[in-house]
Design a protein around this ligand. Structure first.
Ligand code: ATR
Length: 281
C-alpha cells in the first residue's frame, strides 16, 4: 500500500511511535496537523501531539521515560533546553538555540532547523551567495535567518528599532547595522521581516513604507498570521517576488521531519495541511 493510499487511515496500535511539540503556550500550534499529515503520507506509524509544559526538563524526562521519539521545541524553551540534552549539533551550538530533539536509544540530541526554514524558500527563487540581504529585526528569529544567510555567503545588513540589540546581532554575524528609521536609504536584493510588525491584530502596519519596494526585490515576511501582511501586499503591488511566513514554518518543520524519520518530507502536503487548519480557525 502506498503512502497516499494510507492517507485517511488511522494506524494507531502498540507499535505507534510518539512525537510532539513542547512549548507554552501551545494551543495554536500547527505542528500536530503538519507532522501527522506527513507521517500518514509516508506510511509511517507515528503520531505527533502538542504538550504545554511549564518546565522543559519535565518534557525531556518524559521523552526518556516513555520513549517519545522526537520533539519540536518552541517558545519559550529554545535556549533553556540546552543544558538538559546529551549532545547538540553544530548549527544549534553556534546559534545557542534548539528547536528539535531526537531520542536515539535513550540519548537526547538537540538540533536547530530554523535557519533551514529561512534559507530553503529563498534558495528556491535565487542563489544567495553575494546577494545583498537586509534582515529587519534582531530577536531569536532574526538570528536564525541571519545565521542561515551568512552560511550561504550572503552580504548581510541588520536593521532594528533598538540600536543595542541590532548592533549586537550585526557584530555576531559580521553584518552591517542600520537603524530601522534609516532603512529607506537601502536598496537590497532581498529584504526579510522578522519583527512582529504587521502581525494580528495590527495588520495595517508594516516595518517599511510602501515606497521602499521596487520590482527587482525579493521580499520575505516570516509573519504568517495573517499570511498576506501589509509588508507583502505593498511588495506585491510594487511587482516584487514575495515569500510568505508559512514557507519558513513549513521549511523548519520539513527539516525536523527528516531528522525524526530519515525520510524526505512531503513539503507541499505539509503546507496544505497547515493552510487547511488556518482556514478552519
Ligand atoms: P523573536 O524571537 O520572534 O524574534 P523577539 O526576540 O521578541 O522575537 O524580537 C522581536 C523583534 O521585533 C525585535 O527585533 C524587535 O525590535 P527591538 O529590538 O527594538 O525591540 C522587533 N519589534 C517588535 N515590535 C516592533 C515595532 N513595533 N517596531 C519595530 N520593531 C519591532
Amino acid at each position: 500500500m502506498t503512502g497516499s493510499n494510507m492517507c485517511n487511515q488511522l494506524m494507531i496500535n502498540s507499535a505507534t511511535r510518539l512525537y510532539g511539540v513542547f512549548g507554552n503556550p501551545i494551543s495554536h500550534s500547527m505542528g500536530p496537523v503538519m507532522h501527522t499529515r506527513a507521517f500518514r503520507e509516508k506510511g509511517i506509524n507515528a503520531v505527533y501531539l502538542a504538550f504545554r509544559i511549564d518546565a522543559i526538563e519535565k518534557g525531556l524526562q518524559a521523552m526518556r521515560e516513555i520513549g517519545i521519539q522526537g520533539a519540536s521545541i518552541t517558545i519559550p524553551f529554545k535556549e533553556s533546553v540546552i543544558p538538559f540534552l546529551d549532545d547538540i549539533g553544530e548549527h544549534a551550538k553556534e546559534m545557542g538555540s534548539v528547536n528539535t530533539v531526537v531520542n536515539k536509544d535513550g540519548k537526547l540530541f538537540g538540533y536547530s532547523t530554523d535557519h533551514k526554514g529561512a534559507v530553503e524558500p529563498l534558495r528556491r527563487v535565487t542563489p544567495l551567495k553575494d546577494k545583498d540581504v537586509c534582515v529587519l529585526g534582531a530577536g531569536g528569529a532574526a538570528k536564525a535567518v541571519a545565521y542561515g544567510l551568512k552560511k550561504e555567503g550572503a552580504l548581510l545588513t541588520i536593521s532594528n528599532r533598538s540600536e543595542n540589540k541590532g548592533k549586537a546581532l550585526a557584530d555576531q554575524m559580521d553584518a552591517r547595522f542600520v537603524a530601522l528609521d534609516h532603512v529607506t536609504g537601502l536598496n537590497p536584493d532581498i529584504i526579510i521581516n522578522t519583527t512582529s510588525v504587521g502581525m494580528m491584530p495590527d495588520t495595517d502596519k508594516s516595518p517599511v513604507p510602501a515606497r521602499f519596494f521596487h520590482e527587482s526585490m525579493i521580499v520575505f515576511d516570516i509573519v504568517y498570521n495573517p499570511l498576506m501582511t501589509r509588508f507583502l501586499i505593498d511588495a506585491k503591488n510594487a511587482g516584487c517576488t514575495i515569500i510568505d511566513g508559512l514557507s519558513m514554518f513549513v521549511g523548519q518543520g520539513a527539516a525536523q521531519f527528516e531528522l525524526f524519520t530519515g525520510v524526505e518530507a512531503p513539503v507541499n502536503l505539509m503546507r496544505d495541511a497547515v493552510l487547511e487548519e488556518m482556514t478552519k480557525s
